[in-house]
Design a protein around this ligand. Sequence first.
Ligand code: SAH
Length: 257
Amino acid sequence: MKVKPKKHLGQHFLKDKQIAENIVNLLSLHGGYTKVLEIGPGMGVLTDFLITRPDYETHLIDIDAESIVYLKKKYPQLQNRIIQGDFLRLNLDTLFDEPFAIIGNFPYNISSQILFNILDHKNKVPEVVCMLQREVAQRLASPPGNKEYGILSVLLQAYYTIEYKFTVHEGVFDPPPKVKSGVIRLLRNSVEKLDCDEKLFKQVVKQGFNNRRKTLRNALKPLHLPESMHTHPLLDKRAEQLSVADFIELTKLAKEA
Ligand code: SAH
């Protein structure tokens, strides 16, 4: 018995067990968690390795009813740790009352939404290991000054150290996706709260990248920054040139003035 791959659920099943093991091996126990949630296990290629580890307890969530039937049969020992549902609608606050890691070969069509959801619960999630479309993975892990650097890169890098680990080619999936994949690891840093108004920080970042080819002086016009700021040198730059620290500085100035 096999799960029939469904395109609308982003199902591309990894066939290469060595790659699966390498992905699972990236979990470093950073932050001292003892639970791991796998998003989108599909037929369990990662799960096979996760369940052999004594350091943590593995939980699964998949939206696909057919996968769930398959997984419940394959892993009788996980019975009540297999959730059928949409990760985007899962309440991460009430799921566990302790920190947990997240792992998964994410459905690529919703990978950014998954990461935004994790970001909303960053204090509960000390580590994330995930496979995404390669370009997205590179963008998240890239430093400022890079064309790939974007909103989610800045917001995630404010709270996580992100490392690009390796590229995975199309041919090791059934069915093969149209794009290459990349595996990244996110480790929660020690920042509890940014040294600025975090809500305004988000607005500044989003607005800045909304017009990423404009200087920030122009891109941020809709935020009505105070006159006194208009000569600030950071405003001569474009959003993609600013580090997290630069965005924090800008946010503080906008708030003070
Ligand atoms: N981990 C498996 C499958 C990856 S394909 C492997 O590597 O082979 C992506 C998986 O995510 C599929 O099993 C799909 O059913 C599941 N999925 C898609 N959307 C989801 C959602 N919103 N919430 C949870 N799982 C989802």
